[in-house]
Design a protein around this ligand. Structure first.
Ligand SMILES: [Zn+2]
Length: 303
């Protein structure tokens, strides 16, 4: 079969959004070390923007023992799903990522012990995020020396917790909203606190009165459950494959570090502790060190 695509046509294919299948075909042509279309890669969502989580689905002609990938300097870990005979790997793109084409380099180990690699081209589009000005108590923008020491200590605790994320998948099926309420602040908003400190909103805020029960967005293991300066009452759940969800400003914590939790199990009560302008629930989604849009994760149809 002829595999050459004229350059102009190939360029045209790559400039089309929503062309995941065409891109897969193009990358199969480019791949040197693997037989043509050895792997068929699709993603959910089809169009990936900066700040977006995504799930890669890989179908292989040959039986595989393991599959992993390298993407934008991070490792994507795949798990085999027997129900539909496909490999699934969770990943995401940081809000600072540059739009354009990137290479997802897959490394497969076949059932018979052979290895091959395969390159799939992923196109990252640019998302538009808003800006907002907020005011908080002065201690949160100009912390005193004593507080700075506490912040530093807590950064160490977070770093340690995030360094031990489970590689295999603990989550199952769709992620669920932690409480039934409307959202008040979107992910990605560029914020200025007290006209001084600038940051990007790395999560999603839900309107919640103090004392509203908060459920785990999916099954996993609690890796942090403590009071922190910025986060207030803070719970982090490890869902495996490098993915974690974070719950902030809680008035009460009802789980302990090391606990296994089920999807929608109550992990605490919402509040307004830490750096919060008013009581609400802040939810974060973290994958391999980058923060992703929880609203996109909640909308993903997952196996
Ligand atoms: Zn927030």
């Amino acid at each position: 079969m002829k595999v050459n695509i004229p350059l102009a046509v190939a360029t045209l294919l790559l400039t089309l959004p929503l062309a995941a299948t065409l891109q897969a075909r193009t990358s199969a042509v480019k791949s040197k070390s693997a037989p043509r279309a050895a792997l068929v890669v699709t993603s959910e969502p089809e169009v990936i923007v900066n700040g977006s989580p995504c799930l890669f689905r890989v179908k292989s002609r040959r039986a595989l023992r393991s599959l992993s990938a390298e993407w934008q300097g991070r490792r994507v870990i795949f798990d085999f799903d027997e129900r539909d005979g496909a490999w699934y790997g969770f990943a995401g793109v940081g809000v600072d990522a540059i739009a354009g084409r990137s290479r997802l380099t897959l490394e497969a180990l076949t059932a018979s012990g052979g290895r091959f690699s395969y390159v799939h081209t992923v196109r990252v589009e640019l998302a538009l995020y808003r800006t907002a000005a907020l005011s908080v108590a002065g201690q949160y923008t100009e912390p005193e020396a004593e507080t700075l020491a506490r912040i530093e200590e807590e950064q160490g605790q977070k770093k340690e917790a995030f360094a031990n994320i489970t590689p295999y998948r603990l989550w199952s099926g769709n992620f669920e909203a932690p409480l039934d309420s409307r959202t008040t602040s979107e992910f990605g908003t560029r914020r200025t606190f007290n006209r001084k400190v600038q940051s990007i909103h790395q999560g999603l805020d839900f309107r919640a009165e103090i004392g509203t029960p908060v459920g785990a967005m999916n099954s996993g293991v609690v890796i942090l459950a403590r009071e922190m300066f910025y986060e207030g009452g803070f719970v982090v759940i490890d869902h495996g494959q490098g993915l974690a969800t974070l719950y902030m400003h809680l008035s009460e914590i009802r789980v302990r570090e090391g606990d296994s939790v089920e999807k929608l199990q109550i992990i605490g009560l919402s509040g307004g502790t830490g750096r919060a302008t008013a009581p609400h629930l802040h939810v974060g989604v973290r994958w391999q060190g980058v923060y992703l849009d929880p609203a996109v994760l909640l909308a993903l149809p997952l196996p």
